[in-house]
Structure formats: structure tokens, C-alpha cells
Design a protein around this ligand. Structure first.
Ligand code: HPA
Length: 278
């Protein structure tokens, strides 16, 4: 799949509709090590990706992924349990195709999260970062190709990719819950390698606070589709070029899992307050 087709999206939605007739409000994409939130959803339907036409197929047999449709903190949600990355070999269109489906299921808000390297020297391991902006250095873009105006405009505006009111709500709920939450700029690289010292120096120099290998493609499609986006990074490792230590992937995963215990109540708190303040 190299670009998104309206008819494909309708076929995916029709297949989901045979198992779930509800409507979503908030779509949720959970990043590496941050999947536990999905288990808190009062599920009305859990649909394996392989039962949805046009969804990407997992390259790892045991991790096919599923769509969890139901309620969380009283809000109708559709969560992707299992996400795809470009470094796995998927095209940008494949990675982001599920976002089109979330939109057609009724979602008007997208919450995305990821594990990221912290380059801002004020950030600590395990900190939560509310995304305020991003830089796309992936060298790919899911919006390349023929544009169907039913999906969104040819030249989407990215003046405010991350919804300011949702950012404020997130920071307010974090304060109430006593959770440290930063605000920052995410730069997306394609991976799968971590960066060199020279690259971290460069990425910090161009204005990024955190670096990761996901999220930006999904956000581009969400903005194109007219969704309001709230993005979070968990700082899993410190990327300070003059004091860089080799990272161990197991440690990144462990920090992400630990920070999940902060992200989970935060997201639930935000969903509970959505009607009051946004
Ligand atoms: N670079 C890119 N992606 C990452 C990193 C990093 O340092 N840490 C976690 N995801």
C-alpha cells in the first residue's frame, strides 16, 4: 500500500461494523511498552487486525495486534493494541492506514504515545512529555500520492498539529495528579539504529527535545483527516552527546513500562474531563 483509498477505508469499516455498531470519540495509539492502558478499556468488541481488510499484517506472528472498541472513563474509545513502524519494513501509508479507519468509526480526537530519547538536558528518565510540535526527519510522508479530498486536503496546514486546548488539559490533569509533565518538540527519525553523538547534537540544535521512530506519520494523517491530536512521549533514555552511554533496549522497555503507571491515570483523567474543558 502506497497511499490511502477511500473505498478501502469503507471496506475496513464495513468489516468492523459486523462486530461493533458503536461509535468512537477518542482513538488511542499506544507506543512501545505503553500498551497496558488497553486492558482498562471496557471492551465491547476486540477485533484482530487480520480480520480487518487492508490493515497491515504483522511481520511477527505472535504480535498481530487488535482493535479494542469500547469505553474508557466513560468515553467511547477505539484503541490500537499493536502499532506498526516504518523500520519494520511497512510503508508510511501502511503504518498510518488505521488512523483513517479510526476517523471513519467516529473518532474526532487522537491520543498517541511513544518511547523517546530525551535530548533536552532538563528532562529526566521516566519523564512524560506533552508534545507541542514535531520535526519530520523520516524522509517519508504518508500523504504522498494522489489526494482524495474526501480524506482531507492536498496541502494540510500544520500550524498547530497538537491541539493547544488538549495540551493544556493534559498539563492541568498532570499537575493535579502530581505527575511531572514537560512540554516539548518531538523529532522523528526512521531508525532502527539509535543516533550517533553527532546526530543527537544536530537534532538538539535544530530545536527538538525528544527523538523517536514513530508518531509523526500517524499525526500527519490525523491532521489531514481533521482529528485533534494529543501526543505524549516517555523519556526512556538520555541522549546528551557529550555524556552519551550505550543504551540497552531492555532498559528502554523497562523505563517505558514503569512510566506507563503515570501515563495510564493521566490519560484516564484527561478522558474524564474531556467534556468540561474541551
Ligand atoms: N532515538 C530514537 N528513538 C528512540 C530513542 C533514541 O534515542 N530512545 C527511544 N526511542
Amino acid at each position: 500500500m502506497n497511499y490511502h483509498r477511500w473505498d478501502d477505508v469503507q471496506q475496513s469499516v464495513a468489516a468492523i461494523r459486523t462486530q461493533w455498531t458503536g461509535s468512537g470519540r477518542v482513538g488511542i495509539v499506544l507506543g512501545t511498552g505503553l500498551g497496558a492502558l488497553a486492558s482498562e478499556i471496557e471492551a465491547e468488541a476486540t477485533i484482530p487486525y487480520e480480520h480487518i481488510p487492508h490493515f497491515p499484517r504483522s511481520t511477527v506472528e505472535s504480535h498481530t495486534g487488535q482493535l479494542v472498541c469500547g469505553r474508557l472513563a466513560g468515553q467511547p474509545v477505539v484503541a490500537m493494541e499493536g502499532r506498526f513502524h516504518i523500520y519494520e519494513g511497512y510503508t508510511a501509508a501502511q503504518v498510518t492506514y488505521p488512523i483513517r479507519v479510526l476517523k471513519e468509526l467516529g473518532c474526532s480526537i487522537l491520543i498517541v504515545s511513544n518511547a523517546a530519547g530525551g535530548m533536552n538536558p532538563l528532562f529526566a528518565k521516566g519523564d512524560l512529555v506533552v508534545l507541542d510540535d514535531h520535526i519530520n526527519l523520516m524522509g517519508v510522508n504518508p500523504l504522498i500520492g494522489p489526494n482524495d479530498e474526501r480524506l482531507g486536503p492536498r496541502f494540510p496546514d500544520l500550524c498547530r498539529p497538537y491541539d493547544p486546548a488538549l495540551q493544556e488539559l493534559a498539563l492541568g490533569v498532570a499537575l493535579e495528579q502530581g505527575i511531572v509533565a514537560r512540554r516539548g518538540v518531538y523529532v522523528a527519525v526512521v531508525g532502527p539504529n539509535l543516533e550517533t553523538r553527532a546526530e543527537y547534537r544536530f537534532l538538539r540544535g535544530i530545536g527538538a527535545d525528544v527523538v523517536g521512530m514513530s508518531t509523526v506519520p500517524e499525526v500527519l494523517v490525523a491532521v489531514h483527516a481533521g482529528l485533534r491530536v494529543l501526543g505524549f512521549s516517555i523519556v526512556t533514555d538520555l541522549c546528551l552527546p557529550d555524556a552519551l552511554e550505550p543504551v540497552r533496549i531492555e532498559e528502554i522497555l523497562a523505563v517505558a513500562r514503569q512510566a506507563e503507571s503515570k501515563l495510564r491515570p493521566l490519560v484516564i483523567g484527561i478522558l474524564g474531563r474531556l467534556d468540561e474543558s474541551v
